[in-house]
Design a protein around this ligand. Structure first.
Ligand code: SAH
Length: 249
C-alpha cells in the first residue's frame, strides 16, 4: 500500500476538484468539519469525487456556519473502478449496511442487489446503499464510489452480467474442492460474484445457475456462513486468487 495520509479527515464531494477552485460545503458537511471534528480555517481535509483523484484541501471560512474547501494539491491520481461486480440478495437494514460497507472495502466496483425466491428484504433503498458506500470509501482511502444499481431479478441479473465475464456463485451445497483451486482456473479480468440470501437459493435457482457454462460454483468451506460473513470470505478468496491482491504491495 503506497504511503497515505490517514490522519486528515477525508470527504467525498460531488463537485469537480481543481487547484484553487473553492467548493462550498453543504450544511451537513460544514457542521461535520467545523463542529464535530472541531476544525477551523486552514485545516487540511482530503477530498475526492471519483473522477479527479484525491486532493489536499484547506478549509476557508465564508460565514459563521459556512465553509469552503479549497483544493491545493492533487495527492493521488484517479484509479479506475474495480472490475468486480458484487451481486447479492439484499438483507435487512443493519446487515445490509454492514455488507455494503464491507464489499466496498474489499474492492467491489459494482453493487448489484438481486431478488431471489427466498430473499428477505422485498425492497432495497439504493440511496442508503450509496450513503454506506460513500462512508466506507471515505474511511478506507478508496478513490471511486462503486456503482450502486437498482435491484434485478435473478434471470435479468444473469442476462446483464454473464456477457461481461465469468460469474462466481457461492453455493453452500457445493462440497467440492477448495475455492482457491477452482478460482485459479478462471481467467483474470472482469467478473461477477453472486451470494444468496439468508434463506439460501431455491432448488430451481441452483439448477439454473449450475446449467450456465459461464457460472462457476465455489464452496466457502464446511460451515454455513451468514450472508454478510460469506460476502467478506468470498471477496477475500476472489481478490487473493484472481483479483487485485496479487498486485498489491
Ligand atoms: N439458509 C441457507 C444458508 C444461506 S447462507 C442454508 O441453511 O442452507 C447465505 C448465502 O451465503 C448462501 O446462499 C451462499 O451464497 C453463501 N454461503 C454461506 N455459506 C457458504 C458456504 N459454506 N459455501 C458457499 N457459499 C456459502
Amino acid at each position: 500500500m503506497p504511503d497515505h495520509d490517514f490522519r486528515s479527515p477525508r470527504l467525498f464531494v460531488e463537485a469537480d476538484l481543481c487547484a484553487g477552485a473553492g467548493i462550498g460545503l453543504d450544511p451537513a458537511k460544514a457542521n461535520y468539519l467545523l463542529n464535530v471534528m472541531r476544525l477551523d480555517a486552514g485545516a487540511v481535509v482530503l477530498a475526492f469525487n471519483g473522477r479527479d483523484g484525491e486532493w489536499r484541501c484547506r478549509i476557508e471560512r465564508t460565514a459563521k456556519k459556512k465553509a469552503d474547501l479549497v483544493p491545493e494539491q492533487r495527492l493521488r491520481e484517479q484509479t479506475p473502478a474495480p472490475a468486480l461486480a458484487y451481486l447479492f440478495a439484499p438483507l435487512k437494514h443493519a446487515r445490509l449496511d454492514y455488507m455494503v460497507q464491507k464489499a466496498v472495502e474489499m474492492g467491489a466496483g459494482i453493487l448489484q442487489p438481486v431478488m431471489t425466491q427466498h430473499v428477505q428484504a422485498s425492497r432495497v433503498n439504493v440511496e442508503r446503499m450509496r450513503a454506506n458506500a460513500i462512508e466506507a470509501a471515505e474511511q478506507c482511502g478508496i478513490l471511486t464510489i462503486p456503482d450502486c444499481r437498482e435491484p434485478l431479478k435473478l434471470d435479468a441479473a444473469l442476462e446483464a452480467y454473464l456477457p461481461h465475464g465469468p460469474m462466481i456463485f457461492c453455493d453452500e451445497r457445493e462440497d467440492a474442492e477448495s475455492p482457491v483451486a477452482t478460482l485459479a482456473r478462471l481467467p483474470k479480468g472482469p467478473l461477477s460474484l453472486l451470494i444468496g440470501p439468508e434463506g439460501g437459493f431455491s432448488t430451481e435457482e441452483r439448477a439454473r445457475l449450475h446449467a450456465e457454462t459461464s457460472v462457476t460454483a465455489i464452496s466457502l468451506g464446511p460451515r454455513i456462513l451468514r450472508a454478510d460473513t460469506a460476502a467478506v470470505a468470498a471477496l477475500a478468496v476472489v481478490q487473493a486468487t484472481i483479483g487485485d491482491w496479487e498486485s498489491a504491495g
